[in-house]
Write a protein that binds this ligand. Structure first.
Ligand SMILES: [Zn+2]
Length: 412
């Protein structure tokens, strides 16, 4: 398949996003709107003036920070996050982001929310404020579902560099203030702050509350952080790209079906080892090692990317074929923190994009795969697509039958 065809397929295919921080979704256009609403003057050069960047590449504007300067990025993130204050602000940024995601083929999205950012009143987590914010987020998600058919869930996430007590408090707060769309618990922030063992109580509280766990690990720190996250019950790892340095761990991830939420552009910008070069990203190696993964924007608004762009990178730079991207989407749904009924209908949505020739493609990919986990998963995908195609053609046949009979009669 040529690269152009791959890029086209990567745009059309239904997509699953499992790693996107809500405040990081804010595009420069949205930041300007919020700054105006709150009478905040953004510093000169904070947003690049029109004409100084490629508008096709950055349709929602471009921030002015230097990509090679980590602290400039953090400063931008903090300033942008500081602009979201009210439930209306949260409604607007969520609606804006989910609409962009859905227009790029998004079928399912999980957004990372931070109670410490959105629900603090007088220095404390406030249940009424959290409730009001969650109402705004739920409305945005319902409005987008109505308009585009996309499903959304939320992962309440603690920030580890705020301290152990704070991580535990967030877990307790989320467990006590149950919301049907908050289905996961996360730990993010500076990976070097604290150890997963320190947050023992948080892991337990989240587990007892039935929240599934996705922890950031193996982005900045090494493989040990990924192992500890898994030991404390994380069924998904935010980033986890350093797993590529440990064959044994890669095998364990593949065997246990622990999914990595990979974010190529974010990693290119923030992970020093990649030296700003997307070609050094281990996306392909991780996939070929049989590890389940999704391809995510992380902080799409701030990094100037979105789910469409990230999938395009997967197609163009890492040669992901249509069948492989269908597999990625299905892996994302299977690892999603939503109920089985939702998963079933999401899988059907993805499979409805498949064609008869994809069965052949999956079979051929499975034959070529040297990793046993990938091999058997792709063989299974061939069967899933085949079964779906059979049902689809049967249903189509049923629908067409009376028309065919009429035609036949008319001919006589
Ligand atoms: Zn993240």
């Amino acid at each position: 398949m040529n690269n152009e065809k791959m890029a086209q397929d990567s745009q059309n295919i239904p997509k699953v996003t499992l790693h996107e921080h809500i405040e990081g979704t804010i595009t420069p256009k949205m930041a300007e709107k919020l700054a105006e609403r709150h009478n905040v003057k953004l510093p000169d050069g904070f947003i690049m003036p029109e004409g100084s960047y490629d508008k096709n590449e950055f349709p929602y504007g471009r921030y002015g920070y230097d990509e090679s300067d980590f602290w400039a990025f953090i400063d931008t993130y903090d300033k942008v996050a500081g602009l979201v204050k009210t439930p209306q602000d949260y409604y607007d940024i969520t609606k804006d982001y989910l609409s962009i995601n859905a227009k790029n083929g998004g079928a399912y999205c999980e957004l990372i929310i931070s109670p410490e950012h959105m629900a603090v009143e007088d220095g404390k987590l406030s249940a009424p404020k959290y409730k009001a914010m969650m109402e705004a987020l739920s409305k945005a998600s319902a409005d987008v579902k109505k308009e585009y058919g996309m499903e959304t869930r939320f992962i309440a996430t603690a920030v580890r560099n705020m301290g152990t007590e704070s991580v535990v408090n967030v877990a307790k707060f989320v467990a006590e203030n149950h919301h049907p769309l908050v289905t996961g618990f996360g730990i993010a922030g500076n990976e070097r702050a604290g150890d997963f063992d320190d947050f023992k109580e948080a892991h337990e509280v989240a587990g007892k509350a039935g929240l599934k766990k996705s922890y950031h690990a193996g982005e900045i720190c090494g493989v040990e952080s990924i192992k500890k996250a898994m030991a404390h019950g994380a069924v998904r790892i935010g980033h986890g790209i350093n797993a590529v340095n440990d064959e044994v761990l890669m095998k364990e991830l593949a065997e246990k079906g622990v999914l990595l939420e990979v974010a190529p552009t974010s990693n290119r910008i923030l992970v020093n080892e990649l030296e700003g070069d997307i070609n050094k990203h281990p996306l392909r190696k991780l996939y070929d090692a049989g590890i389940r993964l999704t391809i995510n924007p992380d902080d799409g608004g701030i990094f100037g990317t979105d789910n469409g762009k990230e999938h395009k990178i997967a197609g163009e730079t890492f040669g992901f074929s249509k069948a492989e991207l269908i597999d990625v989407a299905l892996c994302g749904i299977e690892a999603g923190f939503c109920d089985d009924k939702t998963k079933k209908s999401l899988k059907e949505k993805v499979l409805s994009f498949s064609a008869k020739e994809d069965v052949k493609e999956f079979k051929s990919l499975s034959t070529k795969a040297s990793n046993p986990y990938l091999k058997s998963r792709l063989a299974l995908r061939a069967k899933e697509v085949e079964a779906y195609q059979k049902i689809a053609s049967y249903q189509k046949g049923k629908k067409n039958k009376p028309i065919q009979i009429n035609k036949f009669n008319q001919g006589r």
